[in-house]
Design a protein around this ligand. Sequence first.
Ligand SMILES: [Zn+2]
Length: 85
Amino acid sequence: MPKYKDKSRFFPSQDKRFDELLKPGQEVHVDGIYICMTCGFETYVESGTALPSAPTCAEHADNLDWYSEGAAIWRLLAALVNRQR
Ligand SMILES: [Zn+2]
């Protein structure tokens, strides 16, 4: 889960794009932090670029000791408001 210091700079959203489950390597259309729903690994991805293409958690989080075994499935966790297109 991302950390933050100033809660007043974050705003809840009901945008349905937060509900979409995304595949490894899929292009995203929102600048933001994405989380792997299987292991919790987080990464920043710019709109128009792709999520990590590794199909398993062991491949995208191989430098971490807390990853889970399994297939990667991504979801938007936090979106940059001023850069949404
Ligand atoms: Zn993962």
